[in-house]
Each structure stands twice: as structure tokens, then as C-alpha cells.
Design a protein around this ligand. Structure first.
Ligand code: PLP
Length: 384
């Protein structure tokens, strides 16, 4: 198997599932792994690891224009979501309750799951046919919030992992703030791809993941606009992360996250230029098959994502054919079991039918030739 990949690596077009590990991130992981010790130890090894973590904290904060002290490292975005989506917060020394959770129907499963809220304390708000949050629906659902239960907590993604559609977070925030709510934004697919600015006052908390920006899997972060109001820790214990997340810090994973964040920060503009490749791909798909539907095409999207359906063709079958032809893409949303379910994002957009859609997502290492080869494989599939 290993030999197979060495001779003929697949063309990797599944960056939204996980971006390839950057060389700088790999080096940072290995360098941190080579230091024996615990970042909480006072000896020189401990101090060296602490310095590595603090450098990573500064780099992750800089990616989203936040304060380093407001970054809490977790074992990924899913843990960050499970921590933030809780009724139990503190404001200084006082307890603060979030009475109800409002989650966007097109969100990633890690926020849709609702964290620590009871089922009955979770409501959804929808998106329109392009996948953009319906501000009227959000306003309506928040108008029904019972203030006696506590504050409304709202969570929404910034960029959709399936369609790449970018949400109008400033407008969403205006609605949330009008209703006295707290806003959590899942910026996992947006960080390093579009500018994200936590200092502009619209967002209360960001959720980030290392492996979507070229860092290692298993590292993520909560980034707070202010540390005055914080959720109770999901993982308590040794007081690490200023008491917000217990457990010995995963210094290698955090170091890799920091290195990837530093590189991602410098390449946001270059990432935007991938729109040229995306447009070439979309034109090519249409040239082969005029009936191709590109989801979310009418609205602002990530420069690297194309989510398309072909009437009468099952996306899952197409994905397998692409895999056999040497192209790694996704269809619908890949579940942890490897099985492919009906895309809840398409469902939220009102797109029914069980054909699903193929997601092509690429990055800065993707070449024109990769897209051309993918289009040739698509044409071959359509002729069959
Ligand atoms: N949020 C979004 C939008 C994602 O795309 C993903 C990963 O697919 C996650 C959250 C979960 O990230 P992690 O793998 O770090 O738990």
C-alpha cells in the first residue's frame, strides 16, 4: 500500500476535510516532541516547552487579531465547541447562565450537536437556498427567547465546510446583539482563507482547528474576544490553560498549530487568489455537462471550494469513480464511520433528492494541472 502512494500519489482535492501538513508545522511538531518534559515543570525542559506553547499562542492569536491570553488550546474544534456550548459561564466571579442555544441548521455537526445543552434548550435557525443565514428567521427565533432562562447563546459557522459559503457575520452579530445574545463563530474553515478579525467587536468567541490550516490533527482553540466572560471548563483538572482546560498541554500539536497559523496568516491574500482556479474548475464542469449545479455559486464563497451536483448521478458513486481515477474528493459530508450520509447542508438549503453533491476543495499547493486532470476525469466519467 505504502509503495502505491509513493509511486502514484492521489491528487488531493479534499482540503476542507483536512489540509496537508505544512513542512513548517511538521518541523515544529518534531522539535517539540524531541524535548522531554512537561510544560508545567520549572526546569529548563519545562520552560522550553512553555516557551514553545506561548509562541504558538501568539501566532494563533495573530491569525485572528486577538490577544494571546485569550487563546485556550483544546484537542480540536469539536472539543472547543463542546466547551463553549454550555449553559454555564462565569463573569468575573459571578455565575452567568445561557438559557437557550440557537444553532444554524447548516453548521458542522460539532456545533449542531448542541454541546452541553439539553435537547429542549436547542433551537435551529435556517439558511436560504444559497446557504446564507436567513436573518429574518434568526431575528424571529431570538424574539421568542425567554429571558428568564438566561442569555441567548447563538452559534454559526463563518465559512461552510461543504459549500464554502461565507456567512454575513457582522449582520448576524447585529441581530444577536439586538436581542442581548452571545455569539460563537465556528471559523474552522475560514481562518487563513479569509480575513478574520476578533477585535472588531462583532464576535464573542471563535472556534479554530489546526488541521484545516496545515497543522496537525488533534489541536484546536477557543479564542475569546474578552476573558471576562468564560465557559466553565469542560475538562477540569490541573489548572492548565489558566484554568480553562485541564490536562498536560499537547506541546507538539500546539507547536504545529502555531507554525501553521503563522504561515496561514501570511497567505490569506494568496488563498483568495485561488478563486481563479475555482472559476476554471466551474467553467470546465459546465463545459463538460451544462446541467451541473454548483451550490452557493451566487453568493460569497471560499476561493477553494466547489460543491456540485449532476442531475441523475449519485455523488457517492462519482466520488468512488474519482477515487479510482486518483482524485481525493468528498461527497456529502464524510462521517467518522466513513459512510456518507445525506448532506444536512443541502437539506437546510431546501435541496431535496438523494443525489447529493461532490465537494472539491483545494489549497495553495494545488496546480492548474491538477484541476485540468480532474476535469479530464470528470469528462471520462460523464461519457461512461
Ligand atoms: N467546524 C467545521 C466547520 C469543520 O469543517 C470541522 C471539521 O470538519 C470542525 C468544526 C471540527 O474540527 P475538528 O476536526 O478539529 O474537531
Amino acid at each position: 500500500m505504502i509503495g502505491f502512494f509513493v509511486r502514484k500519489p492521489p491528487v488531493y482535492l479534499d482540503y476542507n476535510a483536512s489540509a496537508p501538513l505544512l513542512a513548517a508545522a511538521r518541523e515544529a511538531v518534531i522539535a517539540a516532541m524531541d524535548i522531554d518534559g512537561n510544560a508545567s515543570s520549572v526546569h529548563r525542559n519545562g520552560r522550553a516547552l512553555r516557551a514553545i506553547i506561548q509562541k504558538a499562542r501568539a501566532d494563533v492569536a495573530a491569525l485572528v487579531n486577538a490577544k494571546p491570553d485569550h487563546v485556550v488550546f483544546t484537542a480540536g474544534a469539536t472539543e472547543a465547541a463542546a466547551t463553549l456550548l454550555t449553559p454555564h459561564y462565569t463573569m468575573g466571579r459571578a455565575a452567568l447562565t445561557m438559557g437557550h442555544l440557537y444553532v444554524c441548521a447548516a453548521d458542522h455537526p460539532c456545533t449542531l450537536a448542541g454541546g452541553q445543552f439539553e435537547r429542549g434548550a436547542i433551537s435551529q435557525f435556517g439558511v436560504d437556498a444559497d446557504g446564507v443565514v436567513d436573518l429574518g428567521a434568526l431575528d424571529e427565533v431570538l424574539a421568542g427567547h425567554d429571558k428568564a432562562t438566561g442569555l441567548p447563546l447563538v452559534v454559526v459557522h463563518l465559512a461552510n465546510n461543504e459549500t464554502g459559503v461565507i456567512q454575513p457575520v457582522k449582520a448576524i452579530s447585529a441581530v444577536v446583539k439586538r436581542h442581548g445574545g452571545v455569539l460563537v463563530v465556528d471559523a474552522v474553515q475560514a481562518a487563513g482563507r479569509v480575513p478574520v478579525d476578533l477585535a472588531d467587536g462583532t464576535i464573542d468567541y471563535l472556534i479554530l482547528s489546526a488541521h484545516k490550516i496545515g497543522g496537525p490533527k488533534g489541536a484546536g482553540a477557543i479564542v475569546a474576544a474578552s476573558d471576562l466572560m468564560m465557559p466553565l471548563p469542560l475538562v477540569g483538572g490541573g489548572g492548565q490553560e489558566r484554568g480553562h482546560r485541564g490536562g498536560t498541554e499537547a506541546a507538539p500539536a500546539i507547536a504545529g498549530f502555531g507554525a501553521a497559523a503563522a504561515q496561514a496568516r501570511d497567505s490569506v491574500e494568496a488563498f483568495g487568489q485561488l478563486a481563479t482556479l475555482r472559476d476554471t474548475l466551474e467553467q470546465g464542469l459546465r463545459a463538460v455537462c451544462a446541467e451541473v449545479v454548483i451550490h452557493g455559486q451566487a453568493v460569497e464563497r471560499l476561493a477553494n471550494t466547489v460543491f456540485f451536483s449532476v442531475p441523475g448521478k449519485k455523488a457517492e458513486t462519482m466520488q468512488i469513480a474519482f477515487d479510482l481515477a486518483g482524485f481525493a474528493v468528498s461527497s456529502g459530508s464524510a462521517c467518522s464511520s466513513g459512510k456518507v450520509g445525506q448532506s444536512h447542508v443541502l437539506k437546510a438549503m431546501g435541496i431535496i433528492g438523494d443525489e447529493g453533491a461532490v465537494r472539491v476543495s483545494f489549497g495553495l499547493a494545488t496546480q492548474d494541472a491538477d484541476i485540468e486532470a480532474f476535469l479530464a476525469a470528470f469528462e471520462a466519467q460523464m461519457k461512461r
